[in-house]
Write a protein that binds this ligand. Structure first.
Ligand SMILES: Cc1cc2nc3c(=O)[nH]c(=O)nc-3n(C[C@H](O)[C@H](O)[C@H](O)COP(=O)(O)OP(=O)(O)OC[C@H]3O[C@@H](n4cnc5c(N)ncnc54)[C@H](O)[C@@H]3O)c2cc1C
Length: 369
């Protein structure tokens, strides 16, 4: 028996890929996981930055928290909580109206439990990618996947042409693995040619997503005039949310840190002017300035930050859900699962459900081989 051929490849270490990989491994299927980024998490990453005088800062610059309504996801989250990977963020939330310059709906924004990874949002994916049976390779971008019809195996090739191995099954956990539009960002064709799976291409060819800019701010002193630690905005063309990152459990409180999220319309407008390629420093500086200025114009006493930086999420929130019933896209004949939040709902819970569904499909089909 040739062990590597029993493996499944998972592309992507966001929460859907990480949940899928660890679930497969727990069920006796060995997994090799490939992630382009230096670390795990995808849109649940944590960003490490430094102030000019060398203070280290951490920001959850993607998903700030998540909520759970489905029992199968709650079971997992409770297990993560018992392992110390997740905690409840119990601070007060609100909704701020720019027209009246007042808060309203204080209770509504705070109704469901808010969970965060500890000490960072990426802690969950980090732990799952390290579980026994999961071999994780970070900083490895999968450039091409090929179906070897004779051997009935998937062959993975890196962006630099390196052979990444052959696998019995494949999980693609990012829509960019199949979207032709990714060529406008990377200059390369998507790794998986949808012609290989024509029956799936209709579902997948037009996966729209909405962008968002996140601005990370650190202040030397706390901002006591803001009465809540997270709030949405009404009647702002620029801002959708603000979160006090340093108020989450198990974070450093040395500097007060906030993360602002732009509206999708604002981000789309900037992208229309600058294109889809990686934004320049000048663009990011302009965005950071504009969003911070909007934050200041709430009228709270907000001092100049000691750190201010913008990050662009080109595809922050999928605009469609392509597999609400099945929860992942599945080709049984080639043992190919495509999972992620775009299959179920544009949030962490949807991504978890999708990763679990993909693991179930793969586990059943690989174990009959
Ligand atoms: C600003 C922002 C705010 C958000 N707010 C919330 C919120 O309040 N609550 C909530 O529940 N959700 C929120 N979300 C959404 C949530 O983050 C996502 O729904 C979820 O994290 C998606 O997980 P995923 O596994 O589907 O995808 P991703 O996290 O995007 O993971 C895909 C991974 O695949 C990797 N990858 C792609 N192509 C390749 C390749 N060729 N080779 C190797 N690796 C590859 C990527 O690098 C990435 O790490 C927010 C997201 C953003 C950006």
């Amino acid at each position: 028996m040739n062990t590597p051929f029993l493996k499944v490849a998972v592309v992507g270490s966001g929460i859907s890929g990480a949940v899928c990989a660890s679930t497969l491994a727990r069920n006796g299927v060995s997994v090799t996981l490939f992630e382009s980024a230096r670390g795990p998490g995808g849109r649940m990453s944590q960003r490490r930055e430094k102030t000019e005088d060398g203070k280290e800062l951490h920001f959850d610059h993607g998903a700030p928290f998540f909520s759970v309504s489905k029992s199968e996801v709650l079971n997992l989250v409770q297990e993560w909580q018992s392992r110390g990977l997740v905690a409840e963020w119990k601070e007060k939330f609100g909704s701020f109206d720019y027209q009246t310059l007042k808060f309203n709906n204080m209770e509504q924004e705070g109704l469901s439990k808010k969970y965060v990874g500890v000490p960072g949002m990426n802690s969950i994916c980090k732990a799952l990618c390290n579980e026994s049976g999961v071999e994780s390779k970070f900083g490895v971008s999968v450039g091409r996947v090929e179906w070897l019809d004779d051997a009935k195996l998937w062959s993975l090739i890196g962006v630099d042409g390196q052979n990444l191995g052959q696998f019995k099954g494949l999980v693609a956990s990012d829509k960019n693995i199949v979207l032709p539009r990714i060529a406008e960002v990377t200059g390369r064709s998507p790794p998986l040619d949808l012609k290989l799976v024509p029956e799936l291409s209709e579902k997948l060819h037009n996966l729209a997503a909405r962008p968002c800019f996140a601005v990370m701010l650190a202040f030397a002193d706390p901002l006591p005039s803001i009465p809540v630690k997270g709030f949405s905005f009404q009647n702002s063309k620029l801002l959708s949310w603000a979160f006090c990152d340093s108020s989450k459990p198990s974070r450093s409180t040395e500097c007060e840190r906030w993360v602002l999220h732009s509206t999708a319309e604002y981000a789309e407008d900037i992208i229309a002017q600058t294109g889809l390629k990686k934004p320049s420093d000048t663009t990011l500086k302009k965005v950071a300035e504009q969003l911070f200025h909007e934050f200041q114009s709430t009228g709270f006493n907000i001092s100049q930050p000691i750190f201010k930086k913008a990050h662009r999420w080109g595809s922050a929130f999928p605009a469609v859900s392509v597999a609400q019933d099945e929860k992942c896209v599945w080709d049984k004949s080639k043992r190919l699962a495509i999972c992620g939040d775009f299959c179920v709902s544009p949030n962490v819970e949807g991504a978890i459900e999708s990763g679990l569904a993909a693991a179930l499909k793969l586990k059943d089909s690989v174990s009959c081989l």
